[in-house]
Design a protein around this ligand. Structure first.
Ligand SMILES: CC(C)(COP(=O)(O)OP(=O)(O)OC[C@H]1O[C@@H](n2cnc3c(N)ncnc32)[C@H](O)[C@@H]1OP(=O)(O)O)[C@@H](O)C(=O)NCCC(=O)NCCSC(=O)C[C@@](O)(CC(=O)O)C(=O)O
Ligand SMILES: [Mg+2]
Length: 269
């Protein structure tokens, strides 16, 4: 995988026309079992369970070894409970370890945003919740713009994820040729605290990883914080100072996170 994505997502929902739902499902069923995808986290966006395609999608991809189900248009914790009931049954039927299929809930409506906390806390299978903008702005009777239209939804989804201890993923950026616009949006969501973003094109992978990578300056500072903290500990001090600034537990945690992110994504270019 030359692009080094964190995971790969196969879509059976809105990127697949109604006439091609069955053939797409079969393709994904085989792709999931291909050795090429053995090492990477495999996500499948199934169709909603209130359509004729949702359950056949689930039956096929769980048997084929999917890692994470992305449930589109999640409006309530009951949607997750329904998915879980089916997952338990299918895992048992095909001999998969119970609970091993994880869930990412995509929130795409006003009611989904309102219920974000209940959704995020509804299952131990949830690895994260994602905001999906295009359906959401339709529901809100507005349109995609500079992000003002997503202001409340982003805050709500992010807080729900944090309160539940799971990841939060931002919306897709669909104009793949507008690199500057993509980077502006990435900068905003990184500062807000999102763990990342759903992507639609391989050209976006490196840009996103690079924007999330800490700068050399941040890495150097994090190392000095850790050194100062270690020295403080040797001297029995709870709080130490580095260049006149207080270094205490949250600052040390932050420094450790910067170093972890550098180990995962390198240093920003
Ligand atoms: C955007 C574009 C048409 C641009 O085409 P272009 O042709 O200009 O792309 P190029 O860069 O020229 O391609 C260079 C090379 O990369 C290959 N390549 C391109 N894309 C690739 C890819 N995704 N995966 C692997 N490979 C890829 C390509 O095959 C070529 O390979 P090669 O020929 O070998 O050189 C194309 O990317 C694309 O279709 N993306 C997927 C769209 C998608 O997934 N939509 C559904 C999810 S959103 C949604 O539903 C809304 C939502 O529901 C969201 C939510 O729920 O979050 C809501 O409500 O908001
Ligand atoms: Mg959608």
């Amino acid at each position: 995988f030359i692009y080094k994505p964190d995971s790969i997502m196969f879509d059976l929902e809105d990127a697949v026309s109604l006439r091609e739902k069955d053939s797409a499902r079969l393709l994904v069923f085989h792709a999931l079992q291909h050795p090429m995808y053995r090492e990477i986290e495999k996500v499948v966006r199934i169709n909603p369970l209130n359509t004729p395609f949702g359950l056949p999608d689930l039956e096929a991809v769980v048997r084929a070894g999917v890692d994470v189900i992305r449930l589109p248009k999640t409006d309530s914790p009951e949607d997750i409970a329904e998915l879980e009931t089916h997952l338990e049954r299918i895992e048992k039927a095909c001999g998969r370890e119970p609970g091993s299929t994880r869930i990412m809930a995509a929130i795409e409506s006003a009611i989904g945003v309102i219920n974000a906390v209940a959704i995020a806390r509804s299952s131990p299978r949830l690895i994260g919740i994602a905001l999906a903008a295009f359906d959401y702005v339709m529901d809100m009777q507005t349109e995609r713009g500079d992000g003002t239209e997503l202001f409340y939804a982003r805050c709500a989804v992010l807080h729900a994820a944090r309160a539940a201890g799971i990841d939060a993923f931002d919306v897709v950026w669909s104009d793949v040729n507008d690199e500057a616009g993509f980077l502006r949006e990435v900068e905003l969501i990184r500062k807000m605290g999102f763990n990342g973003k759903s992507l639609v094109n391989p050209r976006q992978i490196d840009l996103l990883h690079n924007a999330y990578a800490p700068t050399q300056q941040e890495v150097d500072h994090a190392k000095r914080v850790i050194e100062a903290a270690e020295e403080g500990e040797r001297n029995g001090l709870g709080v130490v100072s580095l260049n006149g600034k207080m270094v205490d537990a949250p600052i040390i945690d932050h420094a450790q996170r910067v170093l972890e992110r550098a180990a995962a994504s390198g240093v920003r270019q």
